[in-house]
Design a protein around this ligand. Structure first.
Ligand code: UD1
Length: 396
């Protein structure tokens, strides 16, 4: 056997040149939008013998439908640690995560801590990692709304100020980081893990039955209906703002019903402000032709089963602006700005902010088929996690 052939054989035994040293990565997730971002990365890690993943759930979100149901739906292994840090003020939440997470890092000594998105758990875990001199990876880095009234913007800025490896979802993210002085060699434009997950779950839906509850609602809905989510403090924490928004939405729902799985924060506010009268509840009726139908928060697959066929999405969520763009579904964003501008410039997103006249006008356009169509952003192709793993392995 020639020496070249022997070399090739040895090489292939070791996973085609994969570094032999084990790489230990802690993936941190705390709030609902984090779970779908770590899921595809975990699926990808499973393919690599030399990478070990530990999952730390900070417990920022803790209700079954906001947390555990996602682990089942997304097929993520149960967290290795749960810090149970839900509720409280921003400082309390952040501090609790830091204290708990520091102990885990000191005990497990990871090579990398990987954080996603922009929630309080993201910055809390990031600070701990950096002070212990563990390399910090930020997935979905560089996004900026330029609105410092949003707690998420502070979390994004602070996390990116201390990150070692940045993974961006769109070119704006890369540009923002460069403008803030980050070196180009630390930034990797890889596409979007959220879209990896979306494509994976869409395929799964063809085989998996949704819950009886959402199946019944779907059957009762007309061809054209809206889906909605709303939980931002700027929309829900003030009675007048919330009432004005809901009244406009109720007006829209006379033409096409709106399905609204309600976030716990919004639910508390609706009760406190006595606005329950603006909603309908689904009670096994055969037909739902109007009204805002309020439900408990839904699991990932159940909500996807409903929104993938809706005429339009009404939302203040970050992720749904992107997911609707990926499926070419019209999206009216109930915010004045977005940190995900590509969804507006080339996708199906339209910012309506607090302008309820614009909201009604654009909702009408959607129902009349007059809304813009979009294109899929670069690298939103379901392969972002693959690219991320390649970079992580090359960084050891
Ligand atoms: C958080 C994120 C936000 C993200 C959202 C997604 C921050 C600063 N904000 O906002 O970026 O878009 O998650 O949902 O990190 N609650 C429950 N049950 C739960 C979770 C929360 O009752 O499972 C209650 C909390 O006790 C609190 C309220 O909902 O009263 C808000 O929760 P919190 O995690 O502080 O912020 P979110 O509004 O969920």
């Amino acid at each position: 056997m020639s020496s070249q052939l022997i070399l090739l054989l040895v090489w292939s035994l070791f996973d085609f040149g994969e570094c032999l040293e084990m790489i230990k990565v802690i993936l941190v997730a705390g709030a609902r939008p984090n779970f779908m971002k770590i899921a595809p990365i975990l699926r990808e890690i499973k393919k690599h013998k030399t990478v070990e993943a530990l999952i730390v759930h900070t417990g920022q979100h803790y209700d079954h439908e906001m947390s555990d149901s996602f682990f089942d739906d997304l097929e993520i292994k149960k967290p290795d640690y749960n810090l149970l840090c839900g509720g409280g003020t921003h400082a309390e939440q952040t501090a609790k995560v830091m204290v708990g997470f520091e102990k885990i890092c000191m005990e497990t000594k990871p090579d990398f801590v990987l954080v996603v998105g922009d929630v309080n758990s993201t910055i809390a875990a990031g600070l701990v990692a950096k002070k212990l001199q563990i390399k910090l990876i930020h997935v979905e880095a560089g996004l900026r709304s330029y609105d410092r009234n949003m707690p998420e913007e502070i979390n994004r800025l602070a996390t990116d100020a201390i990150t070692d490896i940045f993974f961006t979802t769109e070119e704006h993210g890369t540009k923002n980081l460069i403008n803030e002085g980050q070196h180009i060699t630390k930034i990797h434009f890889v596409g979007h893990v959220m879209i990896d997950n979306l494509f994976f779950q869409i395929k799964k839906l063809q085989k998996h039955e949704p819950s009886k509850f959402v199946k019944n609602i779907k059957q009762a809905l007309p061809e054209k209906y809206f889906c909605m989510t709303m939980h931002r403090p700027s929309n829900v924490d003030n009675r007048l703002t919330l009432k004005k928004m809901l009244t406009a939405l109720q007006n829209i729902s006379k033409k096409a019903p709106i399905i609204f799985p309600c976030h716990p924060r919004t639910h508390k506010k609706i009760k406190e402000f006595e606005l329950e009268y603006l909603f309908d509840v689904y009670k096994d009726q055969n037909k739902v032709d109007k009204g805002i139908i309020i439900t408990e928060p839904l699991g990932y697959n159940d909500f996807l089963y409903l929104w993938k066929d809706c005429a339009g999405m009404l939302t203040d969520s970050g992720g749904l602006q992107e997911e609707t763009t990926a499926l070419n579904i019209p999206c009216l964003t109930l915010r004045e700005n977005t940190e995900r501008p590509i969804t507006v410039s080339i996708g199906t997103n339209c910012l309506v902010g607090p302008d309820t006249d614009l909201l009604k006008k654009e909702a009408k356009n959607i129902l009349l088929g007059r809304f813009k169509t979009g294109a899929i952003p670069d690298l939103w192709d379901g392969k972002a996690s693959e690219r991320i793993l390649r970079v992580i392995k090359g960084s050891m």
